[in-house]
Design a binder for this molecule. Structure first.
Ligand SMILES: Cc1cc2nc3c(=O)[nH]c(=O)nc-3n(C[C@H](O)[C@H](O)[C@H](O)COP(=O)(O)OP(=O)(O)OC[C@H]3O[C@@H](n4cnc5c(N)ncnc54)[C@H](O)[C@@H]3O)c2cc1C
Length: 458
């Protein structure tokens, strides 16, 4: 098998962990949340045809295949024990076309979202979904995870921006799904079945993504600000009230004191530290006035308006870098991404505090409050059995609460190997017994030998 891959790709694009020095292999031995992985071989193809040949060969050999972008998954989604890893981030990063009339970009899956946006900005366009990992995370990973981000509150998640895909099926066939058109009603929507399927149905080798003119996200009236609260409950009530008034800012994020302290300490941002902070971007002067009034009515203790573009970036970074800041505080970090109905947000934040106290664990919390998707980061000591078990129980309690109140155990990070049990439980409780069966049948049709990212997602 290795000889075949070396001949196909050139031996410099085939990394065999047992044959290679550790520095080249290191990045593949865990993901960004430290889920361990032990691949048989790592392949770095450059074209869709090469990926097709790799998959056809692996299918015959019944060897599992895991597609990998930047490995920023926080759920163990790219882990494998003895499988073939196809790394898209090194040699499949091309942009084939930026179409400013039909408003799409056609690209390979390994390009990082920030790099894509850099190219789009030269034409006055952008790709709105903005996972906080956008400097590294790839288009393919973001499609397979149906990633979210801060701007998704206003513009939707990645799947809302995917028009068409070229994919490799589990037998190696190359097929195009969908059309790069604003409207297309032909056939079942297979494009969006692949979005969010975590590499378990097909491997994305090309994507046609919708793009938007940059003018919709900027302008004189766009203002970024922080609003401070001395209690989580008041902050949550302010979010509920902003929603109830039908106001839709561009960004509406939550950051607690521990998260702000961590991000200030790690990245020297020098931002005020309060019990709860809302990070908001407004689109109009009227929105700004209304939001400040509502927050004041709900008990805010002050606010800070960015003074210029550089300062606006500083506020954005404070929220985007939270995960890295809090992860540096402990040897272990389980990040939750449960979603709750907005009217349960204040109850949810209270529960996080109770769980933190009950298990004697720090749980810094920040996230996309505007759509009820907040990320408690459960910090624990990997060297302590007691602390590790307490973190697992805390994680379970927060997931179970989300299911109980009609929420979801994952809003954006996906299931991976981390949440299989909770995802099943959510489907059974909210959707009934037939839905998991239907999903298993879908998997059997697309991947009868279960070689695509086995043991993940469902
Ligand atoms: C600091 C930080 C901040 C984050 N912030 C956010 C956030 O705001 N919002 C959010 O949604 N997520 C966030 N994440 C999670 C993660 O970054 C996203 O899910 C991201 O889109 C994953 O991209 P990736 O390229 O790293 O994918 P990987 O981690 O490499 O892969 C993720 C999954 O996609 C599959 N996959 C990868 N490429 C392909 C392909 N070409 N075809 C088929 N399947 C493929 C993999 O098999 C795996 O199942 C964050 C992570 C970090 C570390």
């Amino acid at each position: 098998m290795l000889d075949y891959f070396k001949k196909l790709l050139g031996s410099e694009n085939v990394i065999v962990p047992v044959e290679t020095n550790s520095s080249k292999v290191e990045e593949y031995l865990k993901d960004m949340a430290d889920y361990p992985s032990s691949p048989l071989v790592i392949l770095q193809p450059s074209s869709s045809e090469e990926v097709s040949k790799i998959v056809a060969f692996a299918r015959k050999a019944r060897t599992p295949i895991v597609a990998r972008g930047a490995g920023t998954s926080l759920t163990g989604a790219t882990s494998t024990n003895g499988g073939i890893v196809i790394d898209f981030s090194k040699r499949m990063k091309s942009i084939f076309k930026i179409d400013t009339v039909n408003w799409y970009v056609h690209c390979q899956p390994g390009i990082a979202i920030d790099d894509l946006n850099l190219e789009l900005s030269k034409f006055g366009f952008f790709f709105p979904p903005d996972p906080a990992s956008s400097p590294w995370c790839t288009v393919g990973g973001a499609i397979a995870e149906n990633s979210g981000g801060m701007r998704c509150f206003r513009y939707g998640t990645v799947k809302d921006w995917v028009l068409a895909l070229k994919v490799v099926l589990s037998d190696g066939s190359l097929v195009k799904l969908g059309e790069p058109l604003p409207k297309n009603r032909v056939g079942y929507d297979l494009v969006h079945l692949v979005c969010g399927s975590e590499g378990t149905l097909a491997i994305v080798v090309e994507a046609w993504l919708k793009i938007a003119p940059k003018s919709i996200q900027s302008g004189e009236d766009h203002k970024r600000l922080l609003v401070f609260f001395e209690g989580w409950d008041e902050a949550a009530k302010a979010i509920e009230s902003i929603r109830a008034h039908g106001i839709q800012p561009v960004l509406l994020e939550f950051i607690d004191r521990e998260s702000m302290e961590a991000v200030n300490a790690s990245f020297d941002l020098g931002l005020p530290e309060h019990e709860a902070t809302l990070f908001v971007e407004t689109a109009t002067a009227d929105q700004l006035t209304q939001i400040l009034r509502i927050c004041s009515e709900k008990g805010s203790s002050g606010s800070y308006l960015a003074v210029d573009e550089k300062d606006s970036e500083r506020l954005y970074n404070a929220r985007a870098l939270v995960y890295l800041g809090v992860k540096a505080l402990a040897s272990g970090c389980h990040t939750e991404d449960v979603v709750v109905p907005l009217d349960k947000l204040s109850e949810y934040l209270k529960l996080v505090k109770e769980v933190s106290k009950k298990y004697n664990l720090k749980i810094p919390t920040a996230g996309h409050a505007g759509d009820g998707n907040v990320h408690p980061a459960i910090l624990f000591d990997r060297d302590s059995k007691e602390s590790t078990e307490a973190a697992e129980r805390a994680f379970a309690e927060i997931c179970e609460y989300a299911i109980e109140v009609g929420g979801s155990v994952t809003g954006e990070h996906g299931v991976g190997e981390q949440k299989i049990e909770f995802a099943r439980s959510q489907l059974l409780k909210h959707n009934g017994e037939l839905v998991p069966l239907l999903m298993r049948e879908i998997k059997k049709i697309w991947d009868p030998d279960n070689i695509l990212n086995p043991g993940k997602f469902q």
